[in-house]
Design a binder for this molecule. Structure first.
Ligand SMILES: [Zn+2]
Ligand SMILES: [Zn+2]
Ligand SMILES: [Zn+2]
Ligand SMILES: [Zn+2]
Length: 797
């Protein structure tokens, strides 16, 4: 997903292997500038490669297809009739993204979607969609239906006067049309609404205000004067081993914010699709990240605003759509399929140069050519910050700092992140070069060069003039752009920051929401990139939209380095697996966890916990080879590793099936199946195996959907035990499990345990997400609710 599709990777690899050895050598040693030049030469003589790339793009079409739109709309109507409004909503959004802007068809999509929104109780958004339908030329003869819906919505929102006005318009419209019979049912509904309206006027409900006052304590935050977005309790340091890094200059408490940074650039990952209800059909009815999150700000979408040009980009609002168009999407829109084919890294690289602007890009590229040794090898040749400060804070101090010695979340800082040009494999560099050059050639061929190089008005750019020949030489300006993009693609391997969110899984209508972390976008955060890695970090990163917050996960004392985990955490993987994963960052981790595991040669806790156990005596099975032996010498049972792995896979399949049963509402069967899985697992998995915990968690979920709160809580407590063992008692994972337990206990009126669980969950989640996060708010509300419960309910528990 980050890299180009497999077929294009394969082509690049074959092309590389077939190159003249002399050319290969030159490419291997080439600077970024020379790599682009040589890449252009290679592609010029290989027209079949470009044709093949074009062919691959057909698999990821992003253009609007009106025939797909009508199909999605019908699917939406079908779901709507079944009462599955959430699914209908998503399908109407897909339909709208394929209709031509301003067409009567798109207005019908919005109107249909407004009906689903009304059923789901999203009244404000429903009104927005009705307004959208009206502005896109909704057919006059269908208007009464929509006006009626509008009145109902306004009524639900308590806007009585507005509702009355709409009803008046509707009445006169129906009277004018005269065709009474077709409006008969509508008239009935109208009179019903009028009765409701009368009742509401008699006893106006109190305004449903926030019963606020539950905000947590204000956070300690003072911004650093030298590093934008960083806390004043941090300082930027440099040494040969660690490069640039951040150090605590004061003692810090757990939960304290250390960095608050807005991404310089972020690109939504197309991501895995989530199954929507519906069979196998010509078009995909599943919802992907692109259907669920705003293309620009990553906010969760309810009623998306489609891009005017493509079916891929969808936005949370017209404002986001307009801004994205202005900043980058007018250039990206015609290249949608190519960007999906070349992968997210290429896309991030393109958007980075578009956001930076050509003037800044060419200034920094130019500087990198003229003997600025810092750029070639910034970490190796620069001076410590203190010296730089003594020298008046020149730009030759810490790389990426501006002329006043400030490090900002800017393009300049981003440009100075390490590309590790010499450390990438030559094949990988070649693949990146070819991809970037192909992208720039396409920019030129599609007449988008002017849009990239200057700040032309969008009107001028919306009608790109296509070039006659695609095999034309890249202009010098586009070669500069390609060079910058190549640098960014290579930087991304070490500096890409995944923006993750907790996504709701499954039907989402249960009282207990199951959430899983998913990768939403890939981004550059120049300040966050200053943090070095540790497999046992002292910070925790969370995201809201496109901004990241780093918090101290434990008390950090003055002088300690602030570290975060790039991915492989010591609780989740063994040291060998971690070191393998960390290879992409071109360093060997020497964090305390790695050193301890490597030096003592001790078996990692991960491998003991996630081991197989003896079918006869339940002791741990051991052995590095294909045959595993029972660790209990008296038992001496042996088994083949393959066979046990096979059983594990079968088990995972069975669990999937059980969850599928739950999804289609067959909870009783799901329980039976999960209990059987548990029995089976007990005969060959260690009791502490993560999968054992997952099964408990699933069982809790099924019982919760049945309203059997005590059963649910019992299973969840067991799941929490195992999660705690694997991830630690103050980990995010444990926090999420406690949050679920709090919900279950709350629903089951187990007041005192609910309160103590809420307190524990708060303690953990506030450290990771801060006191203002959505989950913290929800916990506060539960607590408030429990304290207001009448006595007779309290006594029942
Ligand atoms: Zn948005
Ligand atoms: Zn578009
Ligand atoms: Zn480590
Ligand atoms: Zn045994």
């Amino acid at each position: 997903m980050a890299l180009p599709v497999a077929e294009w990777q394969g082509r690049a690899a074959r092309l590389w292997a077939a190159l003249e050895p002399a050319l290969r050598e030159r490419l291997e040693a080439a600077s970024l500038q020379d790599a682009v030049r040589l890449g252009c030469d290679v592609l010029r003589s290989k027209e079949e490669e470009e044709a093949a790339l074009e062919q691959l793009c057909h698999r990821a079409p992003t253009d609007k297809k009106p025939e797909a739109a009508s199909w999605y709309r019908e699917q939406g109507n079908w779901e709507f009739k079944q009462g599955r409004y959430q699914a209908a909503l998503r399908l109407y959004s897909k339909a709208a993204s394929h209709e031509l802007p301003g067409s009567p068809e798109v207005s019908v999509c919005f109107a249909n979607r407004s009906a689903a929104l009304l059923h789901l109780g999203h009244f404000e958004v429903c009104l927005e969609d009705i307004a959208r339908a009206e502005s896109h030329g909704y057919p006059d003869r269908l208007l009464p239906k929509v006006l009626l819906r509008k009145a109902e919505c306004l009524l639900c929102l308590g806007r009585l006067q507005d509702a009355q006005d709409v009803l008046r318009v509707l009445e006169s419209k129906i009277a004018l049309d005269g065709a009474m019979t077709t409006h008969l049912t509508r008239l009935q509904k109208l009179s019903q609404l009028k009765v409701k309206l009368g009742e509401k006027e008699k006893c106006p409900e109190p305004a449903r205000g926030e019963h606020g006052g539950t905000q947590g304590e204000p956070e300690i935050w003072e911004e650093n004067s030298r590093i934008s977005g960083a806390s004043s309790s941090l300082s930027l340091s440099f040494d040969a081993d660690r490069g640039r890094h951040l150090v605590a200059s004061q003692d810090m408490v757990a939960g304290q914010s250390l960095v608050k940074e807005e991404a310089f650039v972020s690109v939504l990952c197309p991501g895995d699709s989530l199954a929507l209800q519906g069979g196998d059909t010509a078009w995909d009815t599943r919802a992907t990240n692109a259907d669920l999150y705003c293309h620009r700000c990553l906010r969760q979408l309810l009623a998306s605003v489609p891009c005017q040009g493509c079916s891929y980009a969808k936005y949370c609002s017209q404002d986001c759509a307009d801004r994205a168009w202005q900043q980058y999407h007018r250039t990206e829109c015609p290249l949608g399929a190519l960007l999906l084919t070349l992968g997210v890294f290429c896309h991030v690289a393109l958007r980075t140069v578009l956001l930076a602007g050509f003037a800044e890009v060419s200034r920094l590229v130019e500087m990198s050519h003229h003997g600025d040794r810092n750029l070639q090898n910034p970490e190796g040749s620069c001076k410590p910050l203190s010296e730089a400060a003594d020298a008046g804070g020149g730009s030759r101090g810490v790389p990426g700092c501006d002329s006043r010695g400030r490090y900002q979340s800017s393009y300049q800082a981003l440009f100075h992140l390490l590309p590790h040009t010499e450390q990438h494999s030559p094949e990988h560099k070649f693949l990146c070069t070819l991809s970037v050059v192909a992208l720039c050639k396409q920019l030129q061929a599609a007449g988008l060069e002017a849009a990239v190089l200057s700040q032309e008005s969008p009107q001028q750019c919306s009608k790109p003039k296509t070039c006659e020949k695609t095999s034309e030489e890249l202009s010098p300006e586009l070669k500069t752009v390609a060079e910058a993009m190549l640098r960014h693609v290579l930087q991304l391997q070490c500096n890409a920051q995944a923006i993750t969110v907790m996504q709701e899984m499954g039907p989402g209508d249960g009282a207990v929401v199951d959430k899983k972390p998913v990768r939403l976008a890939t981004a550059f955060f120049p300040v966050l990139s200053l943090l070095n890695h540790s497999c046992c970090p002292n910070t925790s990163v969370s995201f809201s939209g496109t901004s990241a917050t780093v918090r101290a996960a434990q008390p950090i004392s003055s002088g300690q380095e602030v570290l975060h985990c790039y991915g492989p955490h010591w609780c989740r993987l063994r040291v060998a697996e971690r070191q393998q994963l960390l290879k992409q960052y071109f360093f060997e981790c020497r964090c305390p966890a790695c050193l301890q595991e490597l030096e003592s040669g001790a078996k990692s806790v991960v491998s003991i916990r996630n081991s197989f156990c003896c079918p006869k005596c339940q002791a741990q099975m051991q052995g590095k080879e294909d045959t595993l032996c029972c660790s209990n010498e008296a038992c001496a049972t042996s088994a083949s590793r393959d066979q046990l792995s096979g059983r594990l896979q079968d088990l995972q399949q069975q669990i999937k099936k059980a969850l599928e049963l739950l999804r289609v509402g067959k909870a009783d069967q799901a329980i039976k199946m999960l209990l059987k899985c548990q029995m089976d697992a007990g005969t060959f998995l260690s009791p502490e195996h993560l999968l054992m915990g997952e099964m408990e968690d699933h069982l809790a979920q099924v019982y919760a959907t049945l309203g059997k709160w005590q059963e649910a809580a019992r299973h969840l407590r067991k799941s929490i035990e195992i999660v705690e063992m694997h991830h630690g008692p103050s980990s995010v994972e444990t926090g999420h499990e406690l949050f679920k337990l709090a919900q279950i206990l709350f629903n089951g009126f187990a007041v005192s345990e609910a309160l103590s669980t809420i307190q524990r969950a708060e303690g953990i989640l506030s450290v990771h997400f801060g006191p203002q996060s959505a989950q913290m708010q929800e916990l506060q509300e539960m607590k408030a609710c429990l304290s207001e419960l009448p006595r007779n309910i309290l006594q029942r528990t």
